[in-house]
Design a protein around this ligand. Structure first.
Ligand code: UDP
Length: 244
C-alpha cells in the first residue's frame, strides 16, 4: 500500500502518471534532445515530487523516431516500431539524468529488457519504487509494435493504480479545432471519452482513450509550457481539460 495520502500531498492526488511526447524535449530545434528543455521539464516534475506525490512518467520518442514515419519511407513496420521504442529509452535516460541532477531519485523501467542500461519492468518492483518516492520513468512503450506511448502510459497508469493521467502538451487543453490555426477554437473544460472518440478530438490515440475509459482513468490535458503549471494543475488551479 502507498503511504502517501492526498491530505499529505496538499493535492487531491497521491499517485499520478505524467505523459509527455518526445517532441516536448526537443525545444525549438525540430529534432532530438535539447538539454535546457529537458532540465526545465525536470524542474516542473520536481515541484510535484516535492509535494510528496508519487510520479510515474512515460515519454514518447517522436523527437527521434516514429515507426509510422519509418514505414512510410519503406521500412518494415515492426522494425521501425522497435526503433521508435528504443528512442523512448534515450529520452527516458535524458530525463533520469536531469531529475537526478536535481536530487530526485528515479528508475528507468523498460518494457524491453536491457539490463546494463535500466531495469526490466516488474510490476511489484515498480510499485515499491513509487512507495519509496522514486520517480518511475517507463520506457520502450508497451514493448509491442503497433502501439503508441499514449497506450503505454494508460496501461502503466492502470497497472500502477494512478489516479489520473496528466498529458502535458503545448496547449492548455482540448479544443474543438486546432487553436494554432483557428482563432475561434473553443476549449473544453470537460469532455467524455466517447466524445473524444466520436469527434476525433486530438487527445490521445483511440486505443489509449478506450483503455482509459474501460479503467475509469481520467486524463487531464494541460500546457507544459506554463512555468509551475504541472504543480498548479495538481492543486486544481489553471486551465486544463479533463477527459472522464
Ligand atoms: N512504439 C511502439 N510500441 C509502443 C510504444 C511506442 O511500437 O508500445 C513506437 C512507435 O513506432 C512510435 C514510437 O515508438 O511511433 C514513438 O512513440 P510515440 O509515437 O508514441 O511518441 P510521441 O509521439 O509521444 O513522441
Amino acid at each position: 500500500m502507498s503511504d502517501a495520502s492526498s491530505s499529505q500531498t496538499g493535492t487531491t492526488y497521491k499517485r499520478v502518471m505524467l505523459k509527455i511526447s518526445g517532441e516536448a524535449l526537443m525545444g525549438d530545434q525540430g529534432y532530438g534532445l535539447h538539454p535546457p528543455t529537458v532540465e526545465r521539464i525536470a524542474r516542473e516534475v520536481k515541484t510535484v515530487h516535492d509535494l510528496g506525490v508519487e510520479i510515474c512518467m512515460v515519454i514518447g520518442g517522436g523527437n527521434i523516431f516514429r515507426g509510422l514515419q519509418g514505414s512510410a519511407q519503406g521500412m518494415e513496420r515492426t522494425t521501425a516500431d522497435y526503433m521508435g521504442m528504443l528512442a523512448t529509452v534515450m529520452n527516458a535516460l535524458a530525463m533520469q539524468a536531469a531529475l537526478e541532477a536535481l536530487g530526485v531519485y528515479t528508475r528507468v523501467i523498460s518494457a524491453i529488457p536491457m539490463d546494463q542500461v535500466c531495469e526490466p519492468y516488474i510490476r511489484r518492483r515498480a510499485v515499491r519504487h513509487l512507495e519509496k518516492k522514486r520517480v518511475c520513468i517507463f520506457a520502450a512503450g508497451t514493448g509491442n509494435p503497433y502501439f503508441t506511448t499514449d497506450t503505454a502510459a494508460t496501461l502503466r497508469a492502470s497497472e500502477m493504480a494512478c489516479e489520473a493521467i496528466f498529458k502535458g502538451t503545448k496547449v492548455d487543453g482540448v479544443y474543438d479545432k486546432d487553436p494554432n490555426i483557428d482563432a475561434d477554437a473553443k476549449r473544453y473544460d470537460r469532455v467524455s471519452y466517447d466524445d473524444v472518440l466520436v469527434k476525433n478530438l486530438k487527445v490521445m490515440d483511440a486505443s489509449a482513450i478506450a483503455l482509459a475509459r474501460d479503467n475509469n482513468l481520467p486524463i487531464i490535458v494541460f500546457s507544459l509550457d506554463e512555468p509551475g503549471g504541472f504543480q498548479g494543475i495538481l492543486r486544481g488551479e489553471g486551465t486544463y481539460t479533463i477527459v472522464e
